[in-house]
Design a protein around this ligand. Structure first.
Ligand code: 3NM
Length: 215
């Protein structure tokens, strides 16, 4: 069975942050550089469902060949149609219990911003939660204020399922995030907004490994 959440770097694809590069090109570069999970996060306002489907088919192939977990954001229909490994949902998306009936054993992730939301996600059967935003971020519109590093300690102590830290994480603060218990770390703009995606991921992996080794 696919791991419910891999440790390491969790990358997200959103073309508007990718400096004009296509999602497929960026997916290939991220996979080559060794991300352990890749999420497709596009909104119907930016792309038609048909385009999103075609991209997901190609990214499914790239991730399958590389043994990288592939997660689709929001769209259960797309996730099922391309046989993704998982679906990631936000607080305002489909409720988790009926979603579980629809997607069966597929990995279900849920974004959470408080311990109450995290506990609720566990109760409703999420496989992992997103925890954030750890630091201030401009990347997600309408998200709450930063939850901070100390909040990660509370999640690690109180929540029994794996979590991915997200929001405002960069090379300069990644070590702190790992020191506060995050085993899976997600960065959007730090990775896909970088000029050299491969070198950037390699630099982040070095920080992740060096910090983990000291814990
Ligand atoms: N979700 P960046 S923060 C997609 O807190 C997303 O749930 C968040 O982008 C949450 O790494 C966020 O560029 C944006 O700050 C993360």
């Amino acid at each position: 069975m696919t791991a419910r959440l891999n440790p390491g770097i969790y990358g997200i694809l959103t073309e508007k942050f990718s400096r004009g590069r296509s999602n497929i090109q960026v997916a290939q570069e991220m996979v080559n550089a060794g991300v352990t999970t890749l999420q497709y996060r596009e909104k119907p306002a930016s792309k038609s469902m048909g385009e999103m489907y075609k991209e997901c088919v190609a990214i499914r192939q790239i991730t399958r060949d590389a043994g990288v977990t592939f997660i689709v954001n929001d769209h259960a229909d797309l996730a099922l149609m391309v046989e993704a490994d998982g679906i990631h949902t936000g607080q305002d998306d489909l409720p988790l219990r009926p979603l579980r009936k629809l997607v069966g054993d597929m990995i279900i992730g849920r974004s959470t911003h408080s311990l109450d939301q995290a506990r609720q996600a566990v109760l409703e059967g999420a496989d992992y939660i997103g925890v954030g935003p750890i630091f201030t971020t401009q990347t997600k519109e309408g998200v709450c204020d930063a939850v901070g590093l100390a909040y990660l300690d509370h999640v690690a102590a109180n929540i029994a399922i794996p979590f991915v830290a997200i929001g405002g994480i960069k090379a300069h603060n990644l070590g702190q995030v790992v020191s506060h218990g995050a085993r899976t770390v997600c960065m959007i703009t730090e990775i896909i907004g970088a000029e050299d995606i491969k070198a950037t991921i390699q630099g982040l992996q070095t920080i992740y490994k060096d910090t983990s080794a000291k814990l």
